[in-house]
Write a protein that binds this ligand. Sequence first.
Ligand SMILES: [Zn+2]
Ligand SMILES: [Zn+2]
Length: 369
Amino acid sequence: MKMKAAVLEALNTPLKIEEIELDDPKDSEVLVKLVATGVCHSDIHCIKGDLATAPPVVLGHEGAGIIEKVGSKVTTVQPGDRVILTVAPYCGKCPACMMGVPTSCENYPQTAMLMGSMPDGSKRLKRKNGEELSHFMAQASFADYAVVDESAAVKVREDAPLDVVCLLGCGASTGIGAVINKARVKAGSSVAVYGCGGVGLAVIMAAKLAGARQIIAVDMLDKKLKFAGELGATDLVNASKDDPVMKIAELAAGGVDYAFEAIGNTTAMNQAVHSVYSRPGGMAIILGLAPIGATFSIEAWRFLREITVTGCTAGSIRPQIDIPHYVDLFMQGKLPLDKMISARYTLRQINKAISDTLEGKIMRGVITF
Ligand SMILES: [Zn+2]
Ligand SMILES: [Zn+2]
């Protein structure tokens, strides 16, 4: 079918709206008419060339919409279902999936999602001249329609506003899942969050819901720290003015129980680990994606304090269980996802949405169709 999509033709250039061809869904795939899609920093990383997905590519990976068509082997969703498109499709059969960690699926690895094809390695998008286009994160939701694997289309309740809950496709679920699924933040504990973009803000929201006593937000931009304060951070640290490790030690009597790194920067990762050194059993949770090959070091004797340093991909969620749960929490007023959205755009305004996100003018932008 023909549809409109925003195509990245070359690195560091504006996206162009083009009419392109989308193939029908294969056996275990579904066709979704997009209603909304979030603009995430990973889309911008791709434009800058920080990720492996090479142009020409259709970006967008926080889509939500309505199923229009399903492949012959699809069993979990049907036309008319309202779905959130997650960045973590999974096979359901490999050891990681069987152990309840589908975000580390061995057959549909996250690294492969960044290579620009569908989980089976092929593509569904092409130009009139037959040239194939890549799918960002096996989704490509900056377009009127998307074809995704069945496991990536998560059915949600009828009354959920898709132009808000679409954020759960990537960034928001990553932050919320890191707090609830991975760290299991205890009530009354102290938390630090390095980076107040979409993921960091979701960490703050979820830590507040979990009953954290103190939530210290760290960022280089006062604008972003202001957003963090609005969503529940109790203390704000501008890392361009203060050493965040020292400041956290001062604010939290030595250090915090949990430190989340939500940037993808090895300096911040190191600082997050330092922030839990003094807490017996403290945990540093690394959410950001650092450049391949980047390293940081840890003073080994600190493990004497039984600290944990762990990674967490896409919030370690089990999409069909956790995303509907987070939607319920939003509908009950416990997770104010709507407060994260400070601007809405049309697909034609995509480049403005991207520049506003990049400049930190908005907390989160959503494209509506
Ligand atoms: Zn699997
Ligand atoms: Zn994302």
